[in-house]
Design a binder for this molecule. Structure first.
Ligand code: AMP
Length: 458
């Protein structure tokens, strides 16, 4: 019998048989499913997680300086939000969403990206009534049913920013600058900023017709996906990565010659600002981005070193999105940056982020009688912001010293029953092997002194 839990989710009628087959597979692979994370997801453990934390701190510092405030939106939203905003014909909506029906029959989707959620939150929380533009950033997991490979996961993390409420081209330049500034600060140099303008719906519709007419003569050379795109969303043919499609796209009419005057002026101003900021970029007429809501400026920041998954950051303007979601016409722009890909690029660039921090103090407490005073001493150390730990397995002194060494402790404080009776402890500096006996009550103070007055207490 199929357990009710497996039938609880949203089930497209056509999927019932497959789901049942999967259930049988689940039973067969029981050992694996209990000890293996779902495909395309993974755990982030120390010492890698410390690198994530470092990166997140850096991101927060940059956002703070550029005057963005954080927004935390739900992990899931109404499915329709993504269908309407990201677009029905996009790969994300057609193939990649994790959609389910909850027990109240609502159709919900794990967010595949966060711009739609941010715009929904802008409307729901009446952020339009605040001084404009509203500048927001987020860091969090996104979900796409994509084919996993290096740099591509089904649960991945994005840092993104959104500026809603200004169409000024200086905002476009500053949004790009924030990403470039962050990369430079992290020491990443060999990145390329690719820039394009895909115009407004008016100029794009004239272009779409021209493009379709051109593609019609080359349909035979396009991949099956692009043949479908020719009907539904011909612009997407321009950024297909398949060689034959790229050849066809390379000869296609260029969107830039179809931009209306306003879009042309806006794009020229963005470029002027970027030049005045010394941000190097290259125009890429084939850059259209995979989401429907973009207008005018679009950009990607790519690292040649990352191979197939070269894009670290992508973004653009979405001047029609707030209105599409039911608000007043309101311009917006933003980007999303893949944290895993950024870490990969740092790694390939030989840039080592700070990893796990060593212990300040390891307390070697020996014997059951000393455990209570040892816990108290540890607590005092931690109150003084020292990073301190002890043994919890009743190890011998020798084993505890070995453990302290593994944890790279700077000092080991030894407290045995005999020391306790005399109210003394032994402090050993691990780097030099120097030891001294000091009064128990002064131990914390003396360690702090040895460490230069203050623990950094991060
Ligand atoms: P997008 O929302 O598709 O424009 O993606 C923005 C950024 O998110 C990309 O440039 C990648 O760095 C990252 N990204 C997108 N999809 C994935 C994925 N499946 N796995 C890892 N990172 C991703």
């Amino acid at each position: 019998m199929v357990p009710p839990a497996l039938l609880g989710g949203y089930l497209h009628p056509g999927h019932r048989r497959r789901r049942y087959r999967n259930y049988r597979q689940v039973v067969k692979e029981e050992v694996n499913v209990l000890t293996t994370a779902p495909r395309g997801t993974r755990d982030i453990l120390s010492p890698e997680v410390e690198k994530w934390q470092y990166l997140e701190d850096k991101i927060r510092q940059h956002c703070h300086r550029y005057a963005y405030s954080e927004i935390r939106t739900p992990i899931f939203e109404h499915t329709e939000l993504f269908q309407r905003s990201v677009g029905e014909t996009t790969d994300i909506v057609q193939k990649e969403m994790y959609t389910f029906q909850d027990r109240g029959d609502r159709l919900l989707t794990l967010r595949p990206e966060a711009t739609a959620s941010t715009v929904r939150a802008y409307l729901e929380n009446r952020l339009y009534a605040q001084p404009q533009p509203v500048k927001l950033y987020y860091i969090g997991p996104m979900f796409r049913y994509d084919r996993p490979q290096a740099g591509r996961y089904r649960q991945f993390y994005q840092f993104g920013i959104e500026v809603i409420g200004s169409q000024d081209p200086s905002v476009d330049a500053e949004v790009i600058l924030l990403a470039v500034h962050l990369f430079a600060d992290l020491g990443l140099r060999d990145l390329e900023v690719h820039l394009n303008s895909i115009g407004c719906p008016q100029c794009r519709s004239a272009y779409r017709q021209e493009l379709r007419a051109y593609l019609k003569g080359h349909l035979g050379k396009l991949c099956p996906d692009c043949r479908a795109r020719y009907e539904q969303n011909p612009l997407r043919v321009l950024d297909c990565k398949k060689e034959h499609c790229r050849q066809v796209a390379g000869q296609a009419p260029e969107l830039s010659s179809y931009l209306c005057q306003e879009c042309r002026e806006h794009f020229a101003a963005v470029q002027e600002y970027l030049e005045s900021l010394d941000v190097k970029y290259q125009l890429n007429p084939n850059l259209v981005r995979g989401l429907d809501y973009y207008t005018k400026t679009v950009f990607e920041i790519v690292s040649r070193e990352l191979g197939a998954q070269a894009a670290i950051c992508g973004g653009g303007r979405y001047d029609g999105l707030v209105e599409e979601c039911g608000g007043q016409p309101t311009p917006g722009i933003g980007f999303a940056l893949g944290i895993e890909r950024l870490l990969l690029a740092l790694d390939k660039g030989g840039i080592e982020l700070p990893g796990r921090e060593p212990l300040d103090v390891f307390l070697a407490a020996l014997g059951s009688k000393v455990q209570a005073p040892a816990l108290k001493l540890l607590y005092q150390m931690r109150q003084h912001k020292l990073r301190a730990d002890k043994d919890y397995l009743g190890r011998s002194l020798k084993a505890q010293m070995k453990y302290a060494d593994k944890k790279e402790a700077r000092y080991v404080v030894i407290l045995g029953e005999e020391e306790l009776e005399r109210r003394m402890v032994l402090i050993r500096e691990m780097a030099t092997g120097k030891q001294e006996e000091v009064p128990l009550e002064q131990a914390v103070e003396i360690i702090l002194e040895k460490m230069g007055g203050v623990a950094d207490g991060k």
